[in-house]
Design a protein around this ligand. Structure first.
Ligand code: NI
Length: 136
């Protein structure tokens, strides 16, 4: 199997934690653990490439609220998609981090659009989208 080498930048604390967790799961090579993590990422977002459908989604965000203007941007995006967003829950996790859960209902294309806009914001630490197709 041919391979490509890549170089990535990441916070040292993230790498330390990744190595610790992957070792505890039995991965002896970092490359293999990263490949498994990438496959999980692909399977999580594969729905976004499927033909348009109607469904519901739970979008979970963890973000650093000290990043200037981030709270306002997240709110603005939800207002832009006000017909899609059913509900939002906000929890102040600690001094700097917030957890937001956005429940959306409608077209998978629109759910992808709002998810993309949120993911592109600086200060987003984690974004998960669970999409449930209504007819499935
Ligand atoms: Ni908060």
């Amino acid at each position: 199997m041919s391979v490509k080498r890549i170089s990535i930048s990441l916070p040292p604390t993230l790498l330390t934690l990744f190595d610790k967790i992957s070792a505890s799961m039995g991965y002896t090579e970092r490359s293999r653990a990263i490949q498994a993590a990438m496959r999980n990422f692909i399977s999580e977002f594969r729905w976004s490439e499927a033909p348009e459908s109607t469904g519901s989604a739970v979008i979970l965000l963890i973000y650093n609220h000290e990043v200037g203007g981030l709270d306002e941007r997240i709110t603005d995006i939800q207002h832009a998609f006000h017909t899609l967003v059913s509900s939002t829950l906000h929890i102040h996790l600690d001094e700097t981090r917030c957890l937001a859960v956005i429940v959306a209902r409608g077209s998978s294309v629109d759910i992808k659009k709002i998810s993309k806009k949120l993911a592109s914001l600086r200060g987003i630490l984690q974004l998960k989208v669970d999409y449930f197709e209504h007819s499935a």
